[in-house]
Design a protein around this ligand. Sequence first.
Ligand code: ADP
Length: 373
Amino acid sequence: MTKLTVRQKIFVYMGLIILIVGGAHAVTKQVYMESLFDQFQKEEISATYLHASSEEQIEILKIYVSGKMQTFLLGNWVFFIGIGLFVSFLLSGVLTLPLRKLVAAIERVAQGDFDVIVPVQSKDEYGKVIQTFNEMTLRLREAEDARRRLVADVAHELRTPLSIMQLKLENAQQTGQDVPPEMLLRLHDEVIRLGLLVEDLHVLSLAEAGRLSLDCKPLDLSARLEQIVDDVNMEAEENGLDMHFHSNTKPITVMADTRRITQVFINLLTNAIRYTPEGGQISVVMEDKVLDRNAVYTRVSVIDTGIGIPAEELAHLFDRFYRVEKARSRHTGGTGLGLSIAHHLVKAHGGFIRVVSEPDQGTIFAVYLPSGN
Ligand code: ADP
């Protein structure tokens, strides 16, 4: 029965009720009719009947049988219809039980309790609805967890710069002296950091909600990359790093939002600079027509000879606010949002990022963008 659909179950149950009630009615009617003649013999065979002509005898018998049958049929129908209704009532209760459980669960969800799971006990329409409902509450739980984590993470990230600023301002107030320019500089740094964090969070929340509007136009990627590398080269040089751009063909045009794609490579290159010790090398390599799972991509790899990332950390690398422990202790000034943003921005362009890394050897972040032609 569990393999039948609800419609089939109702059809089968109703059919069975009709068959049983109809059959029982027909059998009892037959048995009663047969017993009627014995009854007639016992009750009605009187002198009048015996002395009547054969037509009159048939007439008397007809009146007797039809009178008795009318009363019997009425009683019999009332009895079986009563039983039929009672059984239908019980069956409708059994058939709608999963629905009632689901309604109770939906009411709990409506009151904000997402920890409800309704057991799936059949493969019919109810089973499918309950399974979908369970998947929906799982998504709601995940979204709620993500929201809680985000609030906690944001509060944690905001606390440090805010408390530094508060402390410095309180000190300045207590001493009553003029604020030295270095302190103003530190305060300004913290304000910039807060501003960047808020901007990053804004972009990330839009991207995660799929509401990031991209202004995609044909973009000469090689020229853009050359420019980006040029822009960050000064910072690389200041850190004693050697940075280069290589391309196997040029120019390569992709459909992209220039501002967002620039942000992706700035994030990757800033990380490469941040996590590569002095004397290291950073290369940006662009390749066209790279085949991956039956699709053609333009691949840009950001390769560094830095501290690398342990294998067990790679799975969480693109999570927001995730930072490898070593990186946290190095006070590198990152927010832990750079890779998460890069991942979402590349995804919004129909591409993806792959990472290969070896601790103390270096890291490769490969950005795959759908080929322009
Ligand atoms: P952050 O702002 O901390 O750099 P990201 O999201 O950009 O945040 O990066 C997440 C973490 O990934 C970093 O904290 C760092 O531990 C690690 N990471 C990113 N890029 C590199 C890299 N090129 N080499 C080594 N570790 C890296």
